[in-house]
Ligand binder design. Structure first.
Ligand code: SAM
Length: 251
């Protein structure tokens, strides 16, 4: 009787250990698979961005490689979309929210087009100075102006939003608007004022490119724009960070 009990108890204990080991191994296996898949997606995206960067360099035909793209700066796929649009549409007035490598890319496109000007709103004077240096270095300073535009409250829909001071922007219609700032840590909806402040100045047929629209804040902003600006048609581009394109109807 005693020995039968101990045999049974030992078998049960062994079964418990084997089950525990099986579950543990399965969990580790699933975690490794997840890491492998994430790494695979990251590598695939890296490879694709390298290809977009090569296409962008071919499009711009610069003597120097571009400053680093991606991360805080716009990614190569978004920059390529902007460059192709600027080369095809030949905008006269480009307004940009958030300066950097995109300012250099746009200025170079306008130089290749033989006309047009970029006005880039920048709230941080250190990044404004860096972009101005880059514009000089790439020989395109004549096609872009970086405007020091510290964020300050603007009253919209009953609340104050931090937004660029726009008093230094020249008046008149905007052909192309790039929304890639202010940076999100300020507030997830921080880029919303681009719509109410600048969309009314878009000329008929003018286009707005908005970066980072895979983020929840930008998704909410996109919903608001859809409701508040019915004269704009909206489409999406499958870029690394998500891109919304809004085009103002002919009137
Ligand atoms: C998304 S970035 C703008 C990027 C710009 N359109 C470009 O393509 O480089 C938005 C803002 O982040 C700030 N910024 C730029 N580089 C940064 C960095 N390395 N770290 C922190 N903030 C940065 C600047 O004030 C910039 O206007």
């Amino acid at each position: 009787m005693d020995s039968a009990f101990w045999v049974l108890a030992t078998l049960l204990a062994m079964a418990a250990v084997v089950s525990w080991a099986f579950l543990k191994t399965r969990k580790i296996h699933m975690a490794v698979e997840e890491v492998r898949e994430n790494l695979g997606n990251k590598l695939e995206n890296l490879f694709r961005q390298e290809q977009f960067l090569a296409l962008l360099h071919a499009e711009l035909d610069l003597d120097l490689p571009l400053p680093p793209a991606g991360g805080w700066a716009a990614s190569p796929d978004f920059l390529l979309l902007l460059a192709r649009h600027a080369r095809a549409a030949a905008p006269a007035v480009v307004v940009e929210c958030g300066s950097g490598v995109s300012t250099v890319v746009m200025a170079r496109c306008l130089q290749l087009n033989g006309g047009g000007h970029v006005y880039s709103l920048e709230h941080d004077s250190r990044f404004a100075a860096k972009t101005r240096e880059d514009l000089e270095r790439y020989g395109v300073a004549g096609f872009a102006t970086v405007l020091d535009a510290p964020l300050r409250p603007v009253r919209l829909g009953g609340r104050d939003w931090p937004w660029y001071g726009t008093e230094d922007l020249p008046g008149g219609d905007i052909d192309l608007l790039i929304v890639d700032g202010p940076p999100m840590p300020v507030d997830p909806l921080v880029r919303y004022p681009a719509g109410p402040v600048l969309f009314p100045r878009m000329r008929a047929g003018g286009t707005v490119f908005m970066d980072d629209t895979d983020r929840p804040g930008e998704r909410e902003i996109a919903g608001r724009y859809g409701r508040e600006f019915p004269d704009f048609t909206v489409s999406r581009e499958m870029t690394e960070k998500g891109c919304l394109v809004l085009t103002r109807g002919a009137g």
